[in-house]
Structure formats: C-alpha cells, structure tokens
Design a protein around this ligand. Structure first.
Ligand code: GTP
Ligand code: MG
Length: 456
C-alpha cells in the first residue's frame, strides 16, 4: 500500500501542515509530525472529510470545537519560558539574589563550586553574573543596552499586534562543504567564484522568494577563525541549514555548528551536499549525524534531511520547501508597527558612502529618515538598499538592508534601535561610549570566572 507524508497531503489539500496535524489529532490518528507517513486509505478519508467541510456539509460539532480550545492553551503552557533578567555592569551577590529570587547563600555556594570565595556584599561583573544566573535557569541581559533602548524592550508587543514574518535561515557547516555554492544555487548568482581564496569573509545576507514567500539567508564563514561570527549567526536565525558534504561526512565544524544551533534552540535541516560526486555516501552522513541526535525521519526521528548538489543545482527546490515547512511550524511573528529594532550583521567604511552597515530588522519597520543608534554610532537613515542593491524606503521584520547615515562604523553584533530624534540618538550613543570607557577602566580580572577556571 502506498503512503503519503503529512506535509505532502496538506499541500494537496491546500491547507497548512499545522491545520492537518490538528485534524489528525482530532481523529486520534497516531502521527509524530509533518514528516510522518499516512496510509493511502487514511489519506483518502481525510480528503473526503475536508472536501465535505469545505462544502459546508459537515460543520464542526460543539464537542470538536471545544476540544480544540484546551489544546491551544496547553501548547502555550508547554512552551519553554526563557527567564530573562536584566543586570547592571556590576552587582552585589545580595542584589543579584533579590533580582532572581534566589537566596544569596545559594549563589555563594555556587560560586564556591567555581572556586570563588566571596561574601554577600561582594560585587561581581556582568559576565560572571551572567554565568552564575545561567546555573539557575536565567538568561542575563546587560542593563545598559536596555536603558539605551528607550524602554522599547520593556514594552512587550501585544499578541494581537503580531503578524507573520519571513524566516531567517543560517547556512552552517564545515569548511568547503559547499555553503556558499549552495547559497549561490539558491540565489542563482555566483558569489563563490569571486571571493578571495574562495573563503567567505563575512556574514552576508540575502533574500529570496519561493512560492510567493520570502526566505532570508545569512551566509556564515566556514573557517575556524570565524567561529565567533558563526556563533552570532545562530542568535539571529530561526532555522539552521547544516551543510554536510556527502563525500567527506561529519567534520569538527559540523559538530560545532550543531552545538551552536542547539544552544540557540534553533531547528536544524540537514542538506547533504555534493551527492553528484562518485564517492558520495549520504547514508554514512545520516549514521554519523544520528550520533549527535539528528535522526532522520525514516529512522523514527524528526530531522529533515535533503540530498542536494549545489554544483548541479539539484534538490534545491525541495530544500526550500522544507525550509518553508519548518518556518510554518515555528509560527514566526513580529510587530511591524513599532520603532524598529535590528542587529548589525556587518559594517564597514565605504570610501564614497561613509559608514555603511547591513542591518537585519527584527521588530518594527525601519524607514528612511529614522533616527538610529547602534552602540556608540548614531545618525539618521539616509538611504537603504535591499539585498539586491535596490533602493528601498522601508524594511520590516526579518529583512536585511544596507543602511547609510551612521556617524561612525558600528560594530557587527550591535543592536540597532530607532529613537525619537537625532538629538536623542546622539545622547544615547555618547552615553554608550562613556560606559564602554568606564568598563575598560574598571575591568578587574579577578572577578572573571573564566580566569579562575584557568588557575584551578
Ligand atoms: P568556506 O566558505 O570556505 O567554509 O566554504 P564553503 O562551505 O562555502 O564551500 P564552497 O561553496 O566555497 O565550496 C567548496 C568547494 O566545493 C568548491 O570548489 C565548490 O565548487 C565545491 N562544491 C560545492 N558544492 C558542490 C557540489 O554539490 N558538488 C561538487 N562536486 N562540488 C561542490
Ligand atoms: Mg563559503
């Protein structure tokens, strides 16, 4: 008997996979996810049911309707909650305990585990505090950034203001496994051939359309020296496409990429590349990755594997479909109607245009004329170019744009924020500069846990 996958049937029926899964759950059909297979007769039954529903013959019963409600709230309850805490550059153990509602004595004991003897009034720096609160399930964010944010971060977006946004995808993998070539195949351009030494030197961003939907790609460098950049790539990304060359298999940076993605809680789609090569062995890649918890669907896992040849441009459409599918399941949303917040992906001083930066907008809509601040750089958006170099007037969530109008070159990784006017932007930037200077002066090595580890 032939089988059909959930997402394939959803496509056939013209409904979302999520909707189909919810219907199947209503019918008590035992499925794991969108990649699960359905028997032919079950698929037929669903098709009949849906066409009846569409025809209005079979409205939902009250029982069915009410059965859907608790599931939603249950989902919400089960969503992992990130406990965030905002901390100043320096904080005493006592104050830290108050902020995260943990008895200071527990904090002191934990610090002792790290080999650090402190009393309740001792102050530790932000980096140390961040590591410490992490032990108690908190994610720390530095206060300066938030003060500088003009209360934007504190102002939570209301659920009704959130609208779907495109997925931001980062392509990761070992050196030479074909990340850039794959992106070229996706963008149908030829960046790899023109790159110095064929190694990607920065995070580039690009935007493509597939079936009327936008996908944003960040190309991250594969060389070991760029590990830090790659780590950042994972923070702004919704999905990681892990490129593994089928002739080479899992390599150190493949594992590194898996760890980055896992640490950031980002779903991974595996692109098994170079399948055109005579010595390609995609099954070996599956076996190797299974050891790292990436288990293909046909082996009972839920990781999507797609065989591609970036060189011959095969499997690309399927890969894009899978990206859209994973994005749909993630229900990515953002508020388009607020002052924009974004991340500086890369920045440079351009001879003719002055400081320019690639910004990935995360919330709100960035517009020409907006007053902006990013670290100690500020200004007014003078002009914006999209990923194809076309002038644009605005950019919404998930959209990468090249921005001109900064007072100086911002740092990659800086948060870009729109503020009320240029005067305010300048004041915030100057304050940020001051804080940086102070930090350099007061930096006391003895409070760094990393250094302590070195000594032990
Ligand atoms: P770094 O940026 O240096 O980490 O490399 P990368 O992962 O971006 O690899 P890149 O795209 O530069 O490709 C490395 C080499 O593999 C190039 O010579 C490509 O032509 C080749 N290559 C990439 N994809 C394929 C493929 O599908 N088949 C074959 N046969 N060769 C490929
Ligand atoms: Mg590359």
């Amino acid at each position: 008997m032939s089988k059909i996958r959930v997402y394939e049937l959803a496509k056939k029926l013209g409904i979302s996979s999520k909707k189909l899964i919810s219907i199947l759950e209503d019918l008590d059909v035992d499925i794991k996810n969108h990649m699960s297979s359905l028997e032919d007769d079950m698929a037929q039954l669903i098709m009949d049911l849906i066409s009846e529903e569409k025809g209005g013959k079979k409205p939902k019963t009250e029982a069915q309707k009410s059965a859907e409600l608790p599931r939603k709230s249950e989902e919400e309850i089960n969503k992992p909650r990130v406990q965030k805490v905002i901390l100043p550059p320096k904080i005493s153990i006592k104050d830290l305990g108050t902020r995260i509602s943990i008895e200071p004595v527990k904090l002191i004991r934990k610090l002792m585990d790290f080999g650090l003897m402190v009393n309740i009034n001792a102050e530790i720096d932000f980096e140390s505090a961040k590591k410490l609160v992490k032990e108690f399930g908190y994610e720390a964010e530095e206060e300066n950034q938030l003060q500088l944010s003009n209360q934007q971060e504190v102002e939570q977006d209301r659920p009704e203001d959130l609208k779907p946004r495109p997925p931001v995808v980062t392509v990761m993998g070992h050196v030479d496994h074909g990340k850039t070539t794959l992106l070229d195949a996706i963008r149908e351009t030829k960046v790899a051939a023109s790159e110095a030494g064929g190694i990607t030197q920065h995070i580039g961003a690009s935007q493509i359309e597939k079936d009327g939907k936008t996908i944003v790609f960040l190309d991250t460098p594969g060389h070991e020296a760029f590990t830090a950049l790659r780590a950042r790539g994972a923070k702004v990304t919704d999905i990681v496409v892990l490129v593994v060359a089928a002739d080479d298999g899992v390599m150190p940076q493949t594992i590194e990429a898996i760890n980055h993605a896992k640490a950031a809680g980002v779903p991974i789609i595996v692109a098994v590349n170079k399948i055109d090569k005579p010595n390609a062995n995609p099954d070996r890649v599956k076996q190797q990755l299974a050891e790292y918890g990436l288990i293909p669907e046909e082996w009972g896992g839920d990781t999507i594997f797609v065989n591609v040849s970036a060189k011959n441009r095969t499997g690309i459409d399927h890969l894009l479909e899978m990206i859209l599918l994973v994005a749909e399941m993630a229900e990515l949303k953002a508020n388009y109607n607020r002052k924009a917040v974004g991340v500086i992906i890369e920045a440079k001083l351009d001879k003719g245009r002055g400081p320019v930066a690639t910004v990935l907008v995360q919330k709100g809509t960035l517009r020409v004329g907006d007053a902006i601040v990013a670290g100690s750089s500020y200004g007014k958006v003078r002009a914006m170019l999209d990923s194809r170099g076309k002038m644009v007037k605005s950019a919404g969530p998930s959209i990468p744009v090249e921005v001109m109008g900064f007072s100086e070159v911002p740092n990659a990784g800086d948060i870009l924020r729109v503020v009320s006017n240029e005067k305010e932007a300048r004041e915030i930037a100057e304050k940020s500069k001051e804080i940086h200077r102070e930090k350099e002066i007061i930096a006391t090595p003895k409070v760094s846990l990393d250094r302590l580890f070195d000594k032990i």
